[in-house]
Each structure stands twice: as C-alpha cells, then as structure tokens.
Write a protein that binds this ligand. Structure first.
Ligand code: XMP
Length: 326
C-alpha cells in the first residue's frame, strides 16, 4: 500500500543509489517544493548536501528567516546564504516594465547562484570530493507539462537553474518527480518541516518586485512588506489560509490619492488586495473574503503603514485578469 513512509523510504534509497559519495547542491527559494526536495536529499545523504539560498531582498516579511532559521533547525542542513539585496535593487533601478523586471531578476539570480555553486564546488574540491548533482523540486505536473524528458531542467521560472554554463555540468536529482503538490506537503510534514514552510501559498520567483507597479525601491519594498504582513496575519487569524489560493498585495506606486489620516490631509499610495480562489492558477475567481476580515485588514494597513491611505479590493476573475498585476 501507498503511504508517506514508503514514498520517503523509496526516495531515500533511490537518491543514495544515484548520488553515491558525490556532493550535491540545492537552491532554496523559500517555497515548499525546493524545501521538501532538499529535506529528502538531506535525509538520504546528510552532509554531502549543501543548500544555497540567494536572498535577493524581494521576499516577504519573515521568509528569509524561515529558510535560514526554521528550515535549518528542522533539517540540520548545511546552508550557504548569499545576501544580494543591494545588487538586485541596483539592477532594478529605473526598470518599470513587468517583463523587463523578470528578465533582470532572472539574469541576476542565475549569475549569483552560479557563483555560489562554483564556491561550493571549490570548497568540496579541497576535500577531494566531486560535486556532480543539483537538486530540483520538479513535481509530476511539471514533468507532464514539459513532455516528460528525463533529467532535463525545464526552465519554468528562474529558480530552475537550467541556464547554468557548460563548465558547471550537473546531473539532476529530482525526488518529487512522481508527486503532486498535496503529496509533497504530506512528505514535508512527515520529514518534520514547519507548517509555515509546508503550507506556504504560491509566491512568484520575482517576488515583491512584480507587486510594485512602478519602479522597485527599498522604501517601497519596505512598506509593501509591511502591508502584506498585515493582510497575511489577518487572513491566517480568520482561518482562511486553506480557502484562499493566494492573496497578492499590490502597491500602486505611481498612483497617489488624497486622504485624511491623523491630523491632516495626506497624498499617499493605494494598495490592492487580490485574494483568489483557484485549483491550479490557470484560472481563478476572486475570493469572497468576509467583510469583517477585509475591514480589519483595511483599518490596520491604513493605521500602521503611514504611506498608504487607501485599500482597494480586486474583484476580477482570471481570465480576464491575471492573478498578479504584473
Ligand atoms: P498569473 O499572474 O499569470 O500567475 O495569473 C499565475 C501563477 O504564477 C505565479 N507567477 C509567477 N511565478 N515566476 C514565478 O515563479 C513568475 O514570473 C510568475 N508570475 C506569476 C503567480 O503568483 C500565480 O501563482
């Protein structure tokens, strides 16, 4: 019979058989797939694995800590963190077009990851070991979508590092290739990963950069991070996490509107709440979040985030609207 324990045992055995004594690298994004894939490989080959986390400064509040502290505590994995927020902000200066943002972020990400992977290879070299394997959190639906080619990196987002140069050749370890998302979550829980990681809602690779309509700046990131954290807190407190597929909070940085806050007139920015219900993100409906929850989010954001004086609700389904605004 099919149980989580069997799946884990089977994958652990097959990873050991594939990898042998070689060293393995895994990029962590903060998302559930890469976390579960890494935890499985860690279970199988222990300290032969080094994880790399590129902190590009575009994650939400608390997400970098989830990787650096909670994931490490749960798995004991050896983690190399690369702090490159400034580099990404510089690269994003003056960039406003959504696809240009994606290109810039994808390009920088691959450069940084490539450098970090080289360093892992060099460190391992001193110990006379070989780094030959790269872990990917490819799921069964990804395999089907990309035609099922074995061992090929499908470049769906920049977190799949298919663009690595030829002199850094890795064989792929893909322990989630036969699993669906809900199974991945169950494996993650069984492996002892925290619920905050296992139940994380989908979050785009380019992160908050594509939730700021306009140029990405440190100040804007800070206030969006704050507003997003409030919305997430209230949705979680209301028990809505499993009903809502995801809820982007979007900062309309180029739009000002007049408000009255505290002692006087303000001329601040609106944020948009975009809660959606969906099965697979291909189509979506706007989620009917109860009024009292919306009211709490609105009151708290306008009270606690000084620069925001208006909270609006996106009631567009997909199609015609996409889930993200960019
Ligand atoms: P849209 O906005 O196209 O989003 O309805 C569908 C799903 O994909 C996520 N998304 C992305 N994920 N890189 C990613 O890794 C991206 O550039 C990207 N753009 C959108 C979005 O959050 C939603 O889950």
């Amino acid at each position: 019979t099919w149980t989580m324990g069997n799946v884990i045992d089977e994958q652990v055995a097959s990873i050991r058989a594939q990898v042998g004594d070689a060293r393995v690298v895994c990029g962590l994004s903060g998302g559930v797939d890469s976390a579960v894939a890494a935890a499985l490989v860690q279970q199988a080959v222990g300290d032969q694995l080094t994880c790399v986390f590129v902190d590009h400064g575009l994650l939400r509040k608390g997400e970098a800590e989830q990787v650096e502290r909670d994931f490490v505590a749960a798995t004991g994995v050896s983690l190399k963190v690369v702090e490159v927020a400034d580099r990404f902000l510089d690269a994003l200066a003056d960039v406003t077009d959504p696809e240009d943002k994606r290109k810039v972020i994808g390009r920088e990400f691959i450069r940084v990851f490539e450098q970090a992977a080289r360093e892992v290879v060099a460190d391992a070299g001193e110990h006379g070991e070989e780094v030959r394997f790269l872990v990917q959190g490819t799921l069964y639906p990804d395999v089907v979508e990309s035609g099922g080619g074995a061992g090929t990196a499908n470049i769906k987002s920049h977190h799949n590092v298919g663009g690595l140069p030829d002199d850094l050749q890795f064989d792929l370890v893909e322990p989630l290739r036969s699993l669906f998302k809900d199974e991945v979550r169950r494996v993650g829980l069984q492996l002892g990963l925290p619920e905050s990681i296992v139940w994380r809602q989908p979050f785009p690779g380019p992160g908050l950069a594509i939730r700021i309509v306009g140029e990405v700046t440190a100040d804007r990131l800070e206030l969006l991070r704050h507003a997003d954290a409030i919305a997430r807190q209230e949705l979680t407190a209301a028990g809505l996490d499993r009903d809502i597929w995801q809820c982007p909070v979007v900062l309309l940085a180029g739009v000002n509107s007049v408000g009255v806050q505290g002692d006087g007139r303000t001329y601040g920015h609106p944020v948009v709440l975009r809660p959606v219900a969906s099965e697979d993100a291909m189509t979506a409906d706007w989620a009917r979040v109860p009024d009292d929850v919306l009211a709490r989010i609105s009151t708290r954001i306008t009270n606690e985030v000084r620069e925001v004086n208006r909270v609006v609700l996106d009631i567009t389904s997909k199609p015609p609207g996409t889930i993200e605004w960019e």
